[in-house]
Design a protein around this ligand. Sequence first.
Ligand code: KIV
Ligand code: ZN
Length: 513
Amino acid sequence: MSDKLIVFDTTLRDGEQSPGASMTHEEKVRIAKQLEKLRVDIIEAGFAAASNGDFESVRAIALAIKDSTVCSLARANDRDISRAGEALRGANSARIHTFIATSALHMEKKLRMTPDQVFEQARLAVRFARQYTDNIEFSPEDGSRSDPDFLCRVLEAVIAEGATTINVADTVGYAVPEQYGEFIRNLRERIPNSDKAVWSVHCHDDLGLAVANSLAGIKIGGARQVECTINALGERAGNCSLEEVVMAVKTRKDYFGLDVGIDTTQIMPASRLVSGITGFVVQPNKAIVGANAFAHASGIHQDGVLKARQTYEIMRAEDVGWAANKIVLGKLSGRNAFKQRLQELGIELDSEQAVNEAFARFKDLADRKSEIFDEDIHALVSGEQGEAGEGAYRFVALAQRSETGERPHARVVFSENGKEVVAEGQGNGPVDATVHAIESHVRSDAELLLFSVNAITTGTESQGEVTMRLSRSGRIVNGVGTDPDIVVAAAKAYLSALNKLQSPVEKVHAQGI
Ligand code: KIV
Ligand code: ZN
């Protein structure tokens, strides 16, 4: 048995299935490049058959990534698999991940198929996928709630057809650690050809057990691949958190005895990038990447840490990429310095014009903020794509008045399909007034589900990053806006969310009913 744990990141596929977390093509490529820097073994780039846009994103990632294997999800049918195979053509290293539900409940209620039909479809899917690549993963969806006898039959057959990874999905987050670990061990012991495949864990966090279940699958079950996402992004309560599972295996190497190829210093940049792009803010007390994760606030702890670090610290902040905010650029920095920093951060803009526009925004920010950090640059670039994007609305300017005892008033100037609109509104607070002003013209009929503000660096000079989550007719989107003025950031976030609401959705949900 290998002593390496393979890290399979599914932020761009399972993570993106989370309502509101959808990402643009360019954002996905940017995240994929960061995942490559993080040295994840496999990047699940998407579900190529979901839409033409998803196909193009998987294709672009397959061509852009050299050091990680790029994978596409595919349901167990010929069309999905051929879309995945085509999207991955040209990749340095490609994997097709095909799946079908195997629990009695899913087979009967969702698939309306008999177990024999599912068995046959699983086998044929793997056989069909072999024409595109030898690197094939098969997942029994809702595997942890499936009948072990039936699962043994299906898994033995798909391994015989050439599946090289078997991923036992805890699709609904129902498993508990010991039982899940033993479930996998039992399958491996009973299936005669189980040693021909790498066993993998894929756990959702509905009971808050995704990381614990994954670790049990590794330790007790002998799994050597873990599927996970940055910041635990994922459907409902999310997936197994990459940063937590990786740091658990690394920090407790004495217990797990496994090597992990991850460059942990890239964890924080990856976390920031994913939260900035998706608008899913990281809670302060989140392990590893939360703002308080390494803040030894209590006096007793501080004293201990000063005397000997190990008294209260089991990991070093710098090892997971928590560098003190570094001033990287300022008002006097030129275009070359800016461009070089973009390169160092792995940000690739697709044209010189895009660099010029980003540089103009950088100069504008540097006029208002004396110290520019890496986080500001990431926000600046995300902002360009997120706030303005290709949507109808673009922020232009805002004037806002509020005074104790007076009802706040906002005047927002924005463009709609290139035409300037001036709108005014009042509200309970400056943000409410701003939203009323925009809505007095747009009349979107959307409901605001979430509004959050986050300082992206330290100090009162920091830019505020605002997330606005809107819902309309069952569709949920997140808009993100950044600016040193948080009311302006809110206006940008709101317009960005409206743009996303307008974009067409003809996407197929891989696991939909
Ligand atoms: O949760 C799940 O079952 C999945 C499968 C597609 C592996 O995401
Ligand atoms: Zn999943």
